[in-house]
Design a protein around this ligand. Structure first.
Ligand code: SAH
Length: 375
């Protein structure tokens, strides 16, 4: 492993200048600003709330059905307020259709992916917040390609609305259902695209017709541990669930597994997660990809158990999904079991994540990477 120690890591809270801006869409704005957006485009301000109802409440992308708007104006209003943000390139399915991975092309040809997973009690979409990622974690497919650009709020929101529509229209086996959970675990570091992610969180949790009306407790923002982002997020009043990608309890290894650790140490990240938990009342998750002979030793489980035993945290162990060309692989079954046993000995709640979607390049960034090779 030859991960260089970054000298300075710049954290971006505002979108950097994009090469060519994504078109503006009503999902880029809060309910009050949407009126001004409609007005600016030459439409009556009340059209914004009508279109938001079609978009968030009815999940309709067919202006022919928007009967509260004069027929002659529907298409123009739809094109202006809800321009096409994402275009489907490929879909791969597995688990008898219960897992589906969509590859989307953005207005400038950039590719991102989302994964929709139906379970007996819920349906979850895993979405991308950036094209690529600047965090450079060596085991992650997205990290290898670097950051292409931030997504706009509408580009993120549209992945969710597309998933909600697919559920409502019965595209998954088992008939129509409701999208219940959203996880920011696709491509990108959500807290490095802070403003667009927070706008999206409002779009998810605001009640119909301003948003999708999905409970914040069903939304997980997963982060490498950008402490200033975590501290900011807890004051937004959104109270979604936080997941921290820890991957090892010791700074020495974490400095290379999650390079942002050179800026924010394990102790600081856990303190920020604790503060988040205190403020929001939400137990947080610790994500831990188990990598054979790298971070799966029993002494590391012991250290993790001691770090977490008095915290309101839950450990989510993820068997490593090896990225193409990687020399690393998932832990041995017995090492995984021992890791779990030690954590449980400290009374730390632990689950081993199921590995849905492996055969469709379900791991973070892998579908986009394999498509790019083909293009
Ligand atoms: N940037 C955010 C979201 C990324 S993806 C974060 O780091 O939390 C969500 C989770 O998948 C993260 O915990 C990430 O570390 C993990 N992950 C990435 N690549 C993986 C792989 N090859 N195998 C297992 N987990 C992986």
């Amino acid at each position: 492993m030859t991960t260089e120690r970054p000298t300075e890591l710049k954290l971006v809270f505002d979108e950097p200048v994009q090469r060519k801006k994504a078109p503006k869409h009503l999902a880029d704005f809060g309910p009050a600003e949407r009126k001004a957006f409609a007005k600016e485009l030459g439409f009556q301000p009340f059209r914004a709330a009508q279109v938001a109802t079609h978009y968030f409440s009815h999940l309709s992308n067919n202006p022919d059905d928007w009967t509260d708007i004069p027929a002659a104006e529907r298409q123009a209003i739809a094109d202006a307020l809800t321009p096409k943000m994402i275009e489907l390139v490929t879909t791969r399915t597995t688990d008898g259709g219960m897992t589906r991975k969509d590859l989307w092309k953005l207005h400038d040809g950039v590719l991102v992916e989302s994964v929709l997973m139906r379970y007996s009690d819920r349906t979850t979409v895993c979405i991308s917040s950036q094209a690529g990622c600047g965090m450079n974690c060596p085991f992650c497919a997205t990290g290898q390609a670097g950051l292409t650009r931030n997504l706009s709020a509408a580009e993120i929101t549209d992945q969710i609305v597309a998933a909600a529509r697919a559920c409502a229209e019965g595209e998954m086996p088992g008939g129509p259902t409701r999208l219940s959970n959203i996880v920011f675990m696709g491509m990108g570091e959500p807290l490095a695209n802070y403003n667009a992610v927070v706008r999206t969180l409002h779009n998810i949790t605001d009640p119909n017709p301003d948003g999708l009306g999905i409970s914040a407790r069903s939304v997980v923002v997963s982060t490498v541990g950008l402490v200033n982002g975590i501290e900011k997020l807890m004051d937004e009043g959104i109270n979604c669930t936080l997941a921290v990608s820890l991957h090892t309890p010791d700074d020495e290894l974490r400095d290379s597994l999650v390079p942002i650790n050179n800026r924010f140490k394990v102790r600081e990240v856990l303190a920020a997660a604790d503060a988040y938990e205190k403020k929001t009342g939400r137990r947080y998750s610790i994500e831990y990809a188990l990598i054979r002979d790298i971070n799966d030793q029993s002494w590391r489980s012991d250290l993790l158990g001691r770090l977490l035993k008095n915290r309101n945290a839950h450990v989510n162990l993820i068997p490593l999904n090896p990225t193409p060309g990687s020399k690393w692989t998932a832990s041995r079954r017995e090492d995984e079991a021992e890791f779990v046993r030690i954590l449980e000995g400290y009374g730390v709640p632990v689950t081993v994540r199921d590995t849905r979607g492996r055969e469709i390049d379900g791991a973070c960034g892998q579908l986009a990477a394999s498509e790019k090779e083909k293009i």
